[in-house]
Design a protein around this ligand. Structure first.
Ligand code: DX5
Ligand code: ZN
Length: 229
């Protein structure tokens, strides 16, 4: 699968959100990553469906909504109606995960499932058949600019093999501490979809920043059999 670079608007200038999204689109981004936090599941608070609806006209790129909220089900309809293309929910936040994933599908959206760093790959076994994307957190969710947790790299390879075994075209996303250096480690293990906040919005030139990430991902993807399939 072609690498996807998804800037997280968590690190954008919130006073100019529409312009920031348009700027990363012009700079070569593939998707926009929209981090939703509730000060309950994670210790921070961001934005909801009204903000998604407001920014939706500012880009033609797919918008990937990462829900870090609990409970989650009641919010799925609102984000679907506001223009999400893909909605991801955390295993740790969903006591009835199958129901939550079915709800996203029923709204006609792409379905994502997310694992925190301490959650084992085996928790995906019963849901791989119903998802389009697996997101492995490479930080503990809640804040931009945290250090990459290297112990997750091995899990990326394990999940890549699980996805290959499923026979389904599931994207494998990583999120947290992704830089032009760390992206190589996860791309080598088979990640194909990369969220980056501070490495893009904290850089002086968004095009250069996205280009550096893409070169890192492509260099390692080309060197591994995992991503070649
Ligand atoms: C973390 C969020 C990430 C975060 C990434 O809870 O889910 O999307 O914004 O930011 P960086 O790339 O700065 O680690
Ligand atoms: Zn995220």
């Amino acid at each position: 699968m072609k690498p996807v670079i998804a800037p997280s608007i968590l690190s954008a200038d919130f006073s100019r959100l529409g312009a920031e999204i348009a700027a990363v689109e012009a700079a070569g981004a593939d998707w926009i990553h929209f981090d939703v936090m509730d000060n309950h599941f994670v210790p921070n608070l961001t934005f909801g469906p009204m903000v998604l609806k407001a920014v939706r006209p500012h880009t033609e790129l797919p918008i990937d909504v990462h829900l870090m909220v609990q409970p989650v089900d009641a919010l799925i309809e609102g984000f679907a109606a506001a223009g999400a293309d893909l909605i991801s929910v955390h295993v740790e936040a969903c006591p009835h995960l199958d129901r939550s994933l079915q709800l996203i599908r029923a709204k006609g959206k792409q379905v994502g499932v997310v694992l925190n760093p301490a959650t084992p790959a085996s928790s995906l076994e019963c849901v791989l058949h119903q998802v389009d994307l697996v997101l492995l957190m490479t930080v503990n969710p809640g804040f931009p600019g945290q250090a990459f947790i290297r112990s997750v790299v091995e899990k990326v390879g394990v999940v890549r093999d699980m996805i290959a075994g499923s026979g389904r075209p599931i994207r494998l996303q990583v999120d947290g501490g992704i830089t032009p250096e760390t992206i190589r480690e996860v791309a080598a293990e088979g990640a194909d979809t990369f969220v980056a906040g501070s490495a893009i919005f904290g850089a002086p030139d968004y095009r250069d920043a996205i280009g550096a990430l893409r070169r890192g991902a492509e260099a390692m993807a080309a060197g591994t059999m995992r991503v070649a399939v």
